[in-house]
Design a protein around this ligand. Structure first.
Ligand SMILES: [Zn+2]
Length: 155
C-alpha cells in the first residue's frame, strides 16, 4: 500500500477537497509525492524567475486558498533527480503515464459530488485540455489543476 510522506500530506492539505480526493485515488494506482499545493506570493515570483511558472501572483491556480493546483511527482527513488530528465524517453513516458491516470481519476471523482460535476483536470503539458500535447509550448509535467467549466490558467 502506497502512503504519502508527511511533506506530501501537508502539501495536499492545502489543496481543494476535489484535488485531495484525486490524489488519494491516484496513490492507490501509482506511488506519488505531492511537491506543491498552495504557493504564496514570494514562492510564485520565485517560480516565475526560475522558469517554472509563466504567470505572476495571484494568477496561478496554486495561489488560491485552497489551492486549485498541485504538483505531483512519480515516487521512484531509484531515479532520484533523474525523474526530471525528460529527454530520456522512459522518463517522459513515466510522466505521461501519471498524467493519464490523474486525468482519468479526475473524471471519476467529478462524478462523486454534485458540486464537482463540472470539474476536470488540466495537465501542465496540455494547457488547453485538447488531449494533444503537440500544440503545447510550456511543458510542466508535474502540474495538474482543476478546470471548472471553461477556465484554466498557466502555471
Ligand atoms: Zn504547478
Amino acid at each position: 500500500m502506497n502512503l504519502f510522506s508527511v511533506v506530501s500530506s501537508g502539501n495536499l492539505e492545502q489543496c481543494h477537497p476535489y484535488l485531495q480526493e484525486v490524489a488519494i485515488r491516484v496513490l492507490e494506482i501509482i506511488n506519488i509525492a505531492v511537491d506543491c499545493g498552495h504557493r504564496p506570493q514570494v514562492d510564485q515570483e520565485k517560480a516565475v524567475r526560475e522558469g517554472k511558472s509563466k504567470v505572476h501572483y495571484p494568477h496561478s491556480a496554486h495561489n488560491s486558498c485552497p489551492s486549485l493546483a498541485f504538483d505531483l511527482r512519480p515516487w521512484l527513488p531509484q531515479l532520484g533527480v533523474n525523474i526530471y530528465n525528460t529527454f530520456d524517453p522512459k522518463v517522459a513516458a513515466i510522466w505521461g503515464q501519471l498524467a493519464g491516470v490523474v486525468i482519468a481519476v479526475g473524471n471519476e471523482v467529478a462524478k462523486t459530488r454534485a458540486e464537482w460535476k463540472r470539474f476536470s483536470i488540466i495537465w501542465g503539458s496540455d494547457w488547453n485540455g485538447d488531449r494533444n500535447v503537440l500544440d503545447t509550448n510550456f511543458l510542466d509535467y508535474g502540474h495538474f489543476e482543476v478546470k471548472i467549466g471553461g477556465a484554466h490558467g498557466n502555471g
